[in-house]
Write a protein that binds this ligand. Structure first.
Ligand code: GDP
Length: 360
């Protein structure tokens, strides 16, 4: 499964956030989670549509999609030079499919900041500098190799050009994820080089009540990290929230003026950032969300349920969630002409409620 690595300077609240994520995993009842690994948090992707489907179909249980987070050992300044846990940190980051950078934006005199003052901008700068330096080191070895290969007509000139473009961006101190679009650089070309700053980024600002209420502070940081997503949450509050019953938690959230738990937001944004989407199935046993990549066709989607479904795929009966709810039942949706029969070239859409027909 694709994973999101949680990274950040020491003492910014990574463990607090990660513990909240793993508590959410443990507390999510009823789910056949894979074995629980100490540094992986597999959390449910909140999806209110499943509750509705379970009502329509009288399903016994609900199985949401999940998002996997990996705790990455703390970064320190000098990581790119192998300082401290640096090498392990960089290796862990390379393995993650997206990076969630946690940044401290809470004031608390009792919690020491490694650099002596709380400044999300400085923290981001510190981490990005290490990642940019590490990527530059990679390219300093790769570009000359690619040049040689291209000279003897064994290499890919497009890859070389992309690597050189990446090098130029990094030399300006720009991460590839934030600078690629503007520089006309195709990050897909560089996938084989495993550059860290080319991965999609999510920024979590671990803040307090004041920060959660401060629109201009949030706007400033959103603009700073765009096109990456910015999430503002209070990790300590989130760790208390996961311990509550759903209705108590909703009440607590409402009291603090938030419409969604920070962890739920993080799961949603993380899922989206990984390029994933879901389709839905429902019946008397379960209402379930299945994880696929954006752009996948119906047979590929069927393969997530069982490889036989992909191999023997005949067709899919698809009803959009909204149409199904409006009709009130599959039979009613069918007679209203809202059930579509789709073939093997159909590209799945978010909110498709599906039944596959296949040969065994
Ligand atoms: P890590 O080193 O990044 O994993 O940070 P920790 O999660 O261990 O947090 C460092 C310290 O900050 C701990 O004492 C936490 O209790 C505290 N802390 C974490 N999140 C918050 C927060 O949102 N508000 C406040 N006031 N303290 C926090």
């Amino acid at each position: 499964a694709l994973t999101i690595g949680i990274a950040g300077l020491p003492n910014v609240g990574k463990s607090t956030l990660f513990n909240a994520l793993t508590r959410a995993q443990v507390l999510a009842a009823n789910y056949p989670f894979a074995t629980i690994e100490p540094n992986v948090g597999v959390v449910p992707l909140p999806d209110p549509r499943l509750t509705t489907l379970a009502e329509v179909f009288g399903s016994e249980r609900i199985l949401p999609a999940t998002v996997s987070f990996v705790d990455i050992a703390g970064i320190v300044r000098g990581a790119s030079e192998g300082e401290g846990l640096g090498n392990k940190f960089l290796a862990n980051i390379r393995e993650a499919d997206a990076i969630c950078q946690v940044t401290r934006a809470f004031a608390d005199p009792d919690v020491v900041h490694v650099d002596g003052k709380v400044s999300p901008e400085d923290d981001i700068e510190t981490i990005n500098t290490e990642l940019v330096l590490a990527d530059l080191q990679t390219l300093e070895k790769t570009v000359p190799r690619l040049e040689k290969e291209v000279k003897i007509k064994k290499g890919d000139p497009a890859l070389l050009a992309a690597a050189q473009g990446a090098q130029a961006l990094l030399e300006e101190g720009t991460t590839l994820f934030s600078g690629a679009a503007k520089a006309g650089l195709d990050l897909d070309l560089l996938a084989s080089l495993q550059l860290m700053t080319a991965k999609p980024f999510i920024y979590v600002f671990n803040t307090d009540d004041a920060g959660l209420a401060d629109e201009s502070f949030q706007t400033r940081l959103r603009e700073l990290v765009a096109p990456a997503h910015a999430i503002f949450l209070d990790a300590k509050f989130e760790s208390e929230l996961v311990e509550l019953e759903p209705d108590e938690a909703a009440e607590m959230l409402a009291e603090t003026g938030q419409d969604e738990a920070g962890l739920d937001k993080l799961a949603r944004v993380g899922f989206e950032t990984l390029g994933l989407q879901t389709y839905l199935t429902a019946g008397p046993k379960e209402a379930r969300a299945w994880t696929i990549h954006k752009g996948w066709t119906a047979p590929q989607a069927a393969g997530v349920i069982h490889t036989d479904f992909e191999r023997g795929f005949i067709k899919a009966e698809v009803i959009s969630f909204d149409d199904l709810v409006e009709a009130g039942s599959v039979a009613a949706a069918r007679s209203a002409g809202k059930a579509r029969i789709e073939g093997k070239d159909y590209v799945m859409r978010d909110g498709d409620v599906v039944e596959f027909r296949f040969n065994v």
